[in-house]
Write a protein that binds this ligand. Structure first.
Ligand SMILES: Cc1cc2nc3c(=O)[nH]c(=O)nc-3n(C[C@H](O)[C@H](O)[C@H](O)COP(=O)(O)O)c2cc1C
Length: 364
């Protein structure tokens, strides 16, 4: 699905069914020789979650669901890669078509529904590259037909913690019926207690694996109060804000496609996701770092995420429309912003606009 070789391949890949194009992109990353991106300017380095990131731009979950190409993605210049969502058992996800491009909006709607080759396949691949280095987070989810969803997360933590730079508890996909209900206070407290407990149990052989929670951008502020309170009391290591939205901003130009069921990502998600990031930042009070994701398609958009409270950022949908050149472009733009302000590091910008963003009218 990604305009793999930049602008030239775009018209061709754009003709393909989006899911076929994505399959082709994964295949090319697996088999095509890739140039290694230039070494990162040290001013882009970030230390967070006890890890040293060469740069703060990651590829979001959902691109490499089965951990097939993490090393290729690192070579391309991402500072970190998040693979998954991985479910315990293989599952097919929803019937196709289930992935739609909103070209005029540079948005994507997906209702994939955790199509996953399952834990065993991913585990094998991750074990084979265990000593390759680079920061690889593992995003985990429950099977749709699971009788014990909390148990699924516990099992996957035990399984993947030894191989993960960090683990993400994904309870914010809109495409698995009932999954987002796990964000409710009582269920969430139980889930996080058990997940953190599992992490402690395996710490001796796995080390101190950071555990993060990925939330939906569609929460009310009262729900966000509860979630941040629970994440803090259960001593989570960080949060990712956030997943795709069920909302359909009135500004969308592709009115027909916009009616497709599923989660919306890409440029139209940016205002809501950035607002939720700032709202989360002011509630977290610096206790743990946030990863900002949703609609980043340029250097200024990435910079706005740091200023709203992100210590790290991730992107996915914009690669479809802008190609892989975007990674280098964002890095250049961030360095130019540091030069402009006479700063040595992005760390000095984290959250400086959070209060101002939360005072704006709610994004439509
Ligand atoms: C096709 C597609 C599949 C996705 N699959 C997952 C997933 O498996 N797990 C997850 O946590 N997020 C998934 N996401 C959400 C992204 O990780 C990200 O949170 C969201 O797309 C917003 O970022 P973006 O606007 O840069 O795409 C998916 C997004 C897309 C477009």
């Amino acid at each position: 699905m990604i305009g793999l070789y930049g602008r030239f391949a775009r018209p061709l890949l754009g003709l393909l069914d989006p899911e076929d194009a994505h399959g082709l992109a994964i295949k090319s990353l697996k088999f095509a020789p890739l140039p290694r991106a230039r070494a990162d300017d040290p001013r882009l380095a970030v230390t967070a979650l006890g890890l040293s990131f060469p740069n703060p731009i990651g590829i979001a979950a959902g691109f490499d669901k089965n951990a097939e190409v993490p090393d290729a993605l690192l070579r391309l210049g991402f500072g970190f890669v998040e693979v998954g969502t991985i479910t315990p058992r293989p599952q097919a996800g929803n019937p196709r078509p289930r992935l739609f491009r909103l070209e005029a909006d540079e948005g994507v709607i997906n209702r994939l529904g955790f199509n996953s080759q399952g834990a065993e396949a991913a585990l094998k691949r991750l074990a084979a590259r265990a000593h390759a280095g680079g920061i690889v987070g593992i995003n985990i989810g429950a099977n749709k037909d699971s009788a014990d969803r909390t148990g699924d997360y516990v099992r996957l933590i035990e399984l993947f913690a030894p191989l993960a730079s960090y683990v993400v508890i994904n309870i914010s996909s809109p495409n698995t019926p009932g999954l987002r209900d796990m964000q409710r206070a009582v269920a969430l407290d139980d889930l996080l207690a058990r997940v953190v407990d599992a992490r402690e149990r395996v710490a001796e052989r796995a080390g101190p694996t950071p555990v993060l929670l990925k939330i939906a951008p569609d929460l009310s502020l009262a729900e966000l109060d509860d979630i941040v309170g629970i994440a803090r009391s259960r001593r989570l290591d960080g949060m990712i804000v956030g997943n795709t939205t069920l909302a359909r901003p009135p500004s969308l130009r592709e009115a027909v496609r916009a009616k497709q069921t599923g989660g919306l990502s890409g440029a139209p998600l940016f205002p809501l996701a950035t607002r939720m990031l700032a709202e989360t930042y002011v509630r977290v009070e610096g206790v743990f770092p946030l990863i900002g994701v949703g609609g980043i398609d340029s250097g200024p958009a990435a910079l706005a995420k740091f200023r709203a409270g992100a210590s790290l950022v991730q992107l996915y949908s914009s690669l479809v429309f802008r190609g892989l050149g975007l990674i280098a472009e964002i890095k250049q733009s961030l360095l130019a912003a540091l030069d402009r302000d006479g700063l040595d590091s992005l760390i000095e910008l984290i959250g400086v606009d959070a209060a101002a963003v939360t005072a704006e009218p709610w994004p439509a």
